[in-house]
Design a protein around this ligand. Structure first.
Ligand SMILES: Cc1ncc(C[n+]2csc(CCOP(=O)(O)OP(=O)(O)O)c2C)c(N)n1
Length: 624
């Protein structure tokens, strides 16, 4: 977690967009900040939690985090909530009613879109929420803007009593730049004032708020027209002008430094007059927006002749190497050869689980059991879909393994009759959205075996604390969920609930084999901690005894990245064929002695590492 930044006002700090937003949240006098982790948004709350004088929490999911922020804003305090793009799908039920009540204290919701899918199950454009929920959207283009727009968003939120969406993308969240910061200004809310017609959204009350929401739309559009966040840079090359927002603005400036540009920082509602102004300056207008053609569609609807996704991709970032050829083609210019070359691809490094990860034992076991259909979920254990396990058959969204497994059970086709249906879910994902799915399986008498991988961490996003590990955001003690009691209280029969150590492969294998045969719901809980959390204790490392290793590769099937195959020479077979002799090696410097690889090793060639020279000890046990 990033450290607190006690820098005084006017300091220039080198901050990522996430850190810049965190600083602005603190300076804005926010009292309550809540979030559920998700890349690329996670660090916002992590950094906020290092500032004094505010309450910050990891909530169990994004919907709860938004609801916590709503309550604080109803009480007149400033509140902040952040999430990755898919988080807003979860939180949107609250959002769509929040837009009717509005807020008292300023409420800013930062949504981080993973444009380019560096770490997500899909690519979404969160600016849609601005249109769908009739809310203003700000789009920063760098860290300084992320900071300034967060502060401006709180002002706007209170002026119009409306929550404001700050739309960020991975490039803004993670890239660092210099930011000049200011002072914290405390903000004291008046406290919650009862007003049932506004805060109790039953049909009679909600219906009366809808026209107010539409009126607010008009006022916001008018405001956007004169907002300094929307400005025109007249440029000198008038052949093409650009209407753009967020990081795409930076790409436009880099690719076409002389072109007229309308930069939309306050991009929803779209300031139509400003767009017309830009159009009047140039021969052609191109709207450059990542991901969906939202501004473009609205401009076309008001009769403005603009181009956009006809010539630009709808997926991924609009970097200069994407923009330059597209605009050259539009202008009938030759595309310079250098610009036609796609950027060099990064050497492929498939994601892998950590050395000694407790999930390894689970997937090694699953890859040995036949006749399974496995509904996967989202977390480190999604990597079980990859090599060497190839264990997962589906992965949709957080918590979906439960419902999908039930659907696979109830919707069995001709070839599925004898198949056993299994669902794999992590502890944080179970608490986020999985619990309800398990209740549904129980209630609807599904025949599903659930593997609940309790590694006491939100591993995938950096090992954050959660109700499953008994620590709060600041590392303080907190009530720890008892997963056995929880699943039993959801209706799973006690005899169908098993807690197993995922490093004990025979026990795990036997438990899975037996439970998938039982025609009712059962839950197998693995109980060993993530190797990256403080509850994990390293054991003595292992090494391969060269003389005993036959190179069979059974240990490789575990999938531990500390194990790899090397060539130890060649052998000529009686038929004259020359074959490579393989030998497996364990990187003892990273091995933590979990013993998973020892279990499938036929020739018993894996033994505790014994350093034979002081140099090996100094090097951390490298057996090279
Ligand atoms: C709706 C939503 N919110 C957040 C995320 C980001 N995210 C991906 S996996 C994950 C949780 C993983 O934790 P857990 O289920 O405990 O599994 P582990 O990674 O520890 O194995 C999160 C928060 C997401 N993909 N979707």
């Amino acid at each position: 977690m990033a450290a607190v930044m006690p820098a005084p006002a006017a300091s220039r700090l080198f901050l990522s967009g996430n850190e810049a937003v965190a600083r602005a949240v603190w300076e804005s006098g926010v009292k309550v900040a809540a979030a559920y982790p998700g890349t690329p948004a996670t660090e916002m709350l992590e950094v906020i939690s290092t500032y004094p004088d505010l309450y910050a929490e990891w909530s169990v999911n994004e919907k709860v985090s938004l609801e916590v922020a709503i309550g604080a804003a109803y009480a007149g305090s400033r509140a902040f909530c952040c999430m990755k793009h898919v988080g807003m799908n979860v939180a949107s039920d609250a959002l769509m009613t929040l837009t009717l009540t509005g807020v008292i204290g300023g409420l800013v919701i930062a949504i981080a879109d993973d444009v380019g899918l560096s770490s997500s199950q899909n690519e979404q454009d969160s600016r849609y929420w601005g249109r769908f929920a009739h809310l203003p959207v700000f789009e920063p283009a760098d860290s300084q803007e992320a900071y300034a727009m967060t502060k401006a968003a709180f002002e706007l939120s209170e002026q119009f009593q409306v929550p404001v969406i700050l739309r960020m993308t991975t490039r803004i969240n993670h890239v660092k730049a210099l930011v000049t910061v200011g002072e914290r200004v405390p903000h004291e809310g008046a406290g919650f004032q009862k007003e049932a017609s506004r805060f109790v959204m039953v049909p009679g009350n909600a219906g009366k708020r809808i026209p107010l929401m539409f009126e607010r739309d008009d006022k916001l559009r008018e405001f956007a027209e004169s907002s300094p966040l929307n400005f025109i840079e007249p440029g000198s090359d008038r052949r093409v002008g650009f209407i753009t927002s967020g990081p795409a603005y930076m790409h436009v400036k880099e690719a076409f430094p002389d072109a007229p540009v309308l930069k939309l920082g306050f991009s929803c509602p779209v300031p139509f007059e400003k767009c017309r102004e830009l159009a009047a300056l140039v021969d052609q207008v191109v709207v450059v927006e990542e991901v969906e053609p939202l501004v473009e569609t609205e401009l076309k609807a008001i009769g403005l002749a603009v181009l956009g996704k006809e010539i630009l991709p709808r997926q991924g970032e609009l970097s200069p190497n994407v923009l330059k050829p597209a605009i050259a083609k539009l202008l009938g210019e030759e595309v310079p050869a250098a610009q036609q070359v796609a950027p060099l691809p990064v050497f492929p490094r498939p994601p892998t689980m950590c050395v000694a990860c407790p999930h390894l034992g689970v997937y090694y076991t699953l890859s040995q059991v036949r006749n399974l259909t496995i509904a996967g979920d989202i977390g480190c254990y999604t990597l079980g879909a990859g090599h060497p396990w190839n264990a997962l058959d589906t992965c949709v969204s957080m918590g979906a393994s439960m419902g999908v497994a039930l659907g696979l059970d109830k919707g069995r086709g001709a070839s599925d009759e004898s198949k056993r249906i299994l669902a794999v879910i992590g502890d944080s994902t179970f608490l986020h959205m999985g619990m309800q799915g398990l209740l549904d399986i129980v209630y609807n008498k599904g025949n599903v075996t659930v593997l609940l991988l309790d590694n006491r961490a939100v591993g995938m996003t950096g090992g954050q604390n959660n109700p499953g590990n008994g620590y709060g955001l600041h590392g303080e003690e907190a009530p720890r969920v008892d997963f056995v009691k929880l699943v039993e209280s959801l209706g799973v029969k006690p005899e169908r609930v098993h807690k197993v150590n995922p490093y004990e492969l025979p026990v795990l294998f036997k438990t899975i084999r037996e439970e998938v045969k039982v025609p009712e719901v059962s839950v197998i809980i693995t109980d060993q901690p993530c190797v990256l959390v403080k509850d994990y204790h390293k054991l003595k490392p292992y090494a391969v005894v060269e003389d005993k290793c036959t190179g069979c590769g059974s240990c490789i099937d575990v999938g531990c990245p500390a194990i790899h195959v090397t060539r130890r020479g060649q052998e000529t077979k009686p038929n004259g064929r020359v074959v490579d002799l393989a030998w497996v090696r364990i990187e003892t410097s990273v091995c933590t002695g979990c013993g998973l690889c020892v279990q499938p090793c036929g020739p018993k060639a894996i033994e505790h590492f014994v350093p034979t020279s002081p140099i090996q000890l100094v090097k951390g046990g490298c057996n090279a």
